[in-house]
Write a protein that binds this ligand. Structure first.
Ligand code: 13P
Length: 251
């Protein structure tokens, strides 16, 4: 199965209106139909409607999170439902990013509920998983990933409604990346676990992204590893030269 690569930028809590619009414009400018890969940008919620509403011939826009609330509307102060995100013109949302898990105490169960809400609203959920440094050093990486896949991916997910992003927590924003062999081992274990959960056919088609210190200089190598179907990019997605420098390795 050949899976189309997905190059995704997670802007995190960065960009005010002028800079965010300029960056999105620069990205969309390069997103010509016929590109051999898919592009996704995930701006902060404050800019989601503006950017999702911008003219473009290709390139998708996603949120960084959606509400866990059981209803699409109601008394949930400060929350934004998956339906609202979809209504703004987004096609994707991240769920369970390690910064949400760590800073907001999101458990696998919370992440799975958010992913299910996203899918029910017609969004594709990018479910983020990854081990901490302590977990890696104590040899628990693959167990952690299997537990997170089982706990965070809705059992009715499909290749169209779900993407998994493997982001080792210790590789995020640190400039450190796992060895190619470690990335290959993790992605293979994730796909095998998805096979048990979703069936072999779905697991084979579902995209698994790598995230954590992806840069133009290491992108070609990382994206050539078996079962790596794209990248989820933080810091380097904030500069067009870097973000497109990564995408261009897949031309
Ligand atoms: P960096 O690319 O800055 O390491 O961030 C990765 C990430 O967290 C993307 O979601």
């Amino acid at each position: 199965m050949t899976r189309r690569k997905l190059i995704a930028g997670n802007w995190k809590m960065n960009m005010k209106t002028a800079d965010g619009k300029a960056l999105a414009e620069a990205v969309f400018d390069k997103c010509r139909p016929g590109l051999p890969f898919d592009i996704l940008i995930c701006p902060p919620m404050s800019l989601l409607g503006t950017i999702a509403g911008m003219n473009r011939s290709a390139g998708a826009v996603g949120a960084q999170d959606v509400a866990e609330a059981p209803k699409p509307a109601g008394a949930y102060t400060g929350d934004i439902s998956a339906e609202m995100v979809k209504d703004l013109g987004a096609a994707y949302t991240l769920v369970g990013h390690s910064e949400r898990r760590t800073l907001h105490g999101e458990t696998d169960a919370v992440v799975r509920t958010k992913a299910a809400n996203a899918i029910a609203a017609g969004l594709t959920a990018v479910v983020c998983i990854g081990e901490t440094l302590a977990e890696r050093e104590s040899g628990k990486t693959l167990d952690v990933l299997r537990t997170q896949v089982n706990g965070s991916v809705p059992p009715d997910a499909t290749a169209g409604t779900c993407v998994v992003a493997y982001e080792p927590v210790w590789a995020i924003g640190t400039g450190k990346v796992p060895t190619n062999a470690d990335v290959a081992e993790a992605h293979a274990a994730i796909r095998a676990e998805l096979g048990k959960l979703l069936g072999a056919e779905t697991a084979d088609a579902l995209r698994i992204l790598y995230g954590g210190s992806v840069k133009p200089s290491n992108a070609a190598e990382l994206l050539a590893i078996d079962n790596v179907d794209g990248a989820l990019i933080g810091g380097a997605s904030l500069k067009i030269e870097d973000f497109w420098g990564i995408a261009e390795t897949q031309q």
